[in-house]
Design a protein around this ligand. Structure first.
Ligand SMILES: C[S@@+](CC[C@H](N)C(=O)[O-])C[C@H]1O[C@@H](n2cnc3c(N)ncnc32)[C@H](O)[C@@H]1O
Length: 392
């Protein structure tokens, strides 16, 4: 069976609004009379509209969405679309489950909003090619992380063809930290923990993985934060150029390659660093801002074979464990004082932390520098993975 058929079987059962209300089968909802259906939906909607669930983003986007045309991928029972339509938006509900769309269609009619609504059944990613006209926003609230990356990317790439230049890509997803906390399970298993036994897939995201799903679209990050006790990530991207037809699929694949930089030569500076089976362990000297060590990533840059990556920026995805203190990590040029991008500071934590260092320009990095960022503390930790790539 195709993945989306398995997924469809699960997602006839949609979140019923608030965390306390469990889930409802849209097939069962469709058996209710109009008045019962509307009353049940209103109860669910009220529970989900509390400030720390849907309430905060309803306030944030209400005026901005008025008069705009929005496509929602994975619309469930339509809570967001109906709210924003009541505040002037035009909404296209797209979902892999026909009964979810049928329930939404009835609810939209019952609330007198049909003139602003459209519907699309996603039988497979290519169904999105039926979309017509342009949209101001793609809205994906907890949907695309329930499909393997390649399927979600196939859907995203078609959606991008319908997004206006400088339109927005807004998405809620499950965070890396939640995945770590819940045992780093394979994505086929993790869905059972996040959304119940029948869930075939849940995959963590962060802003960088969303951007790589959209690549070669070029984007500017407007919002990127986690909420709900770190369970959820929220990303709002302005998609400056949704489609780049100048790149062949082979070139796109080449630009999306990653190369491990973990076996790069290490230079200890004012600290100690050593290779160990799981990565590179380091200990800083106690003085704040002393450079502890640096990885020579020159070979990784050459191995990427992207000397033609003119006008593109560089990125390094790292997993770091920090048992004490705080460190700053940054990509530098040949001169270690030449910081090529923003330094990211991490505080000690019991679990692995993920971060992406990027350069501001296209100059190739030479060193991954680690320096102490804590006052009179010999910060200690390890880099457990390091992948270099072109920034998407
Ligand atoms: C957790 S529910 C979220 C529903 C809704 N966005 C909300 O905020 O209540 C996930 C929804 O995404 C849909 N879905 C799952 N996988 C999908 C995919 N690959 N493409 C589009 N929709 C998908 C499901 O049918 C379901 O309606």
């Amino acid at each position: 069976m195709e993945f989306l058929d398995v997924s469809r079987e699960k997602w006839r059962e949609v979140p019923a609004g608030g965390d306390t209300l469990g889930r409802s089968y849209s097939t069962d909802l469709l058996k209710l009379s109009d008045q019962e259906l509307l009353a049940q939906w209103q109860r669910m909607n009220e529970a989900g509209s509390v400030p720390d669930h849907r309430g905060w983003y309803q306030v944030l986007y209400r005026e901005a969405f008025a008069g705009r045309r929005i496509v929602e991928v994975g619309s469930g029972l339509g809570f967001d679309g109906i709210y924003f339509m009541k505040n002037g938006a035009k909404w296209l509900f797209a979902d892999i489950v026909k009964d979810n769309l049928e329930a939404v269609r009835r609810l939209v009619e019952l609330q007198g909003l049909s003139a602003q609504a459209e519907y699309l059944w996603i039988e497979h990613p290519a169904s999105l090619e039926k979309l017509e006209g342009e949209f101001d926003v793609v809205w994906a609230n907890g949907s695309l992380h329930h499909a393997p990356f390649d399927i979600a990317r196939a859907e995203a790439q078609i959606l991008l063809h319908r997004l206006k230049a400088e339109g927005r890509w807004i998405e809620l997803f499950y965070s890396f930290d939640r995945w770590v906390r819940q045992g780093k399970l394979p994505f086929t298993e993790w869905g059972k923990v996040t959304d119940g036994e029948r869930t075939p897939w849940a995959e963590w995201y962060d802003v960088e993985r969303i951007k790589s799903r959209l690549f070669p679209a070029s984007t500017t990050t407007i919002l990127d934060f986690s909420f709900g006790g770190g369970q959820y990530g929220w990303v709002d991207l302005r998609v400056d150029r949704p489609v780049d037809d100048t790149l062949s699929s082979a070139e796109i694949a080449r630009l999306m390659r990653t190369v491990s930089a973990l076996d790069a030569p290490i230079e200890s500076i004012h600290g100690a660093a050593a290779r160990q089976p799981s990565g590179v362990a380091f200990q800083c000297s106690p003085r704040i801002w002393d450079y502890a060590c640096a990885l020579d990533i020159g070979d990784a840059v050459r191995n990427l074979g992207v000397s033609s990556a003119a006008n593109r920026r560089w990125a390094a995805d790292l997993e770091v464990r920090l048992s004490s203190g705080a460190v700053g990590l940054v990509l530098t040029g040949d001169d270690k004082n030449d910081f090529l991008g923003r330094e990211i500071t991490l505080d000690a934590r019991p679990t692995a932390q993920r971060l992406t260092l990027t350069t501001h320009g296209s100059a190739a990095p030479r060193w991954l520098l680690i320096r102490n960022a804590a006052h009179e503390t010999p910060s200690t930790g390890s880099v457990d993975s390091a992948f270099l790539r072109i920034s998407t």
